[in-house]
Ligand binder design. Sequence first.
Ligand code: ADP
Length: 489
Amino acid sequence: MSNFIISLDSGTTSARAVLFETTGEVHAIEQKEFTQIYPESGWVEHDPLEILKAQTDVLHSLLENTNHPILALGITNQRETTVVWDRETGKPIYHAIVWQDKRTAETCQELKASGLSDYCKKATGLVLDPYFSGTKIAWILDHVAGARERAERGELCFGTIDTWLLWNLTDGRVHATDPSNASRTLLYNIEKMDWDEHMLDALKVPKAILPEVKESASVFGTYKDIPIAAMMGDQQSALFGQTCFTPGTAKNTYGTGCFMLMNTGSAIPATPSGLLNTVAWQIGGETTYALEGSVFVAGAAIQWLRDGLKLIESSEVSEEISQRESDDHPDSQVVVVPAFAGLGTPYWDMDARGAVLGLTRDSGADAIIRAALESLAFQSMDVLKAMQEDSGISLFTLQVDGGASANNYLMQFQSDLLGVNIERPKSVESTAAGVALMAAVTMGEKVLSELKCTREIDVVFSPEKSVDWREKKAALWNDAVNRVRTNAV
Ligand code: ADP
């Protein structure tokens, strides 16, 4: 029996194929970038055919360069990005509208004004925002001549990128998705685990266009006789790849922004803090849910130090500079609030702007560098606190990944601030690993309890500071945030 699995990791800027052994070991990676299309301000599109070509190119080069038989394929993907194509010819009727695209902002405002928000949150776990697929589908149907009538007649298919790839890899035989992707469309009822008629009506999306929703761990179809044995959205796949299988486990990806997901088990907690409820995955008839929150400006604050202020030559040096600033130094009072485009969870203050506070005559560039780096941890603390409050579940350990998780100062500071252990894995391929490991589960090669062993930890950061220190730091940050807020109560 082969124990090699290929993960197709279809990201926002590139298509990747990663060859894994079911031990979790990475054997080969192929990657190809594709074009970002910006037709108007706030609009972002991809060419679905270019994505397909990039994805099949990297898959073929992995297949050509390996002698191992492949047990299964898994697909993980940029979420929410919307494709509509002709069921007969397989041709897209419009470019893919990417998750970042804001063209349906006005439609979302109208839907909010119509009083849909509460129902939407309860049914789908989401807020009415152009980010999600629903209003993007309606936009395509309303702007491509004849599309709406054709959709009603069942002549068109909608899919997120997982569904688009699956359809093509199976030569148009399978039109399906998994609940982690379906739960990002605004159209899927995460309690009933089915498409939601009321949301379909409100968003004017014909049911005939929708894919079948199958469990994340199922055989969706085959490609060259290889089973396509798992599909999951990228953030959920990273949660799985980080082996966050029990309620209270969470992962934080420190990239340009931060993406945090916490496993809430079979519960869908109410979220007064404005977090999202989402399906993490569905395996063996059991659905696991997650809370999701994000920080808009994380690694971007380090880029600002580098490219805007020109205080550092590279992101990496922020570690050494921060390390050498001692904690009892007056500069440790300096706080940077990088609210460049407002504050997200849990403040939701779009008019707030950034600030540097606590400067003295002695404060130099290093103090600002350190404070900017620490702002990634403070903002993550705010989101994680909101998650714990909303779910009633205490954070167990935090798993980390993403570019800035390489920064040891940041990770130690985060652990001190939260008072929890932080585990940084050796492999940074959590997203690709998640769906590969899930495919191994589908194929009966692994059970969940075994998967923990497939993940090798690089470093565990444990809290070294007192509760008193933690509270003082949190108070310093809270005070700084309150000064920039325009909606403080
Ligand atoms: P994305 O997937 O969002 O492009 P990555 O996971 O590749 O992001 O991480 C890149 C981001 O992380 C950049 O904003 C960069 O400034 C920041 N970053 C990378 N390495 C470090 C580091 N050692 N210390 C702090 N920030 C870092």
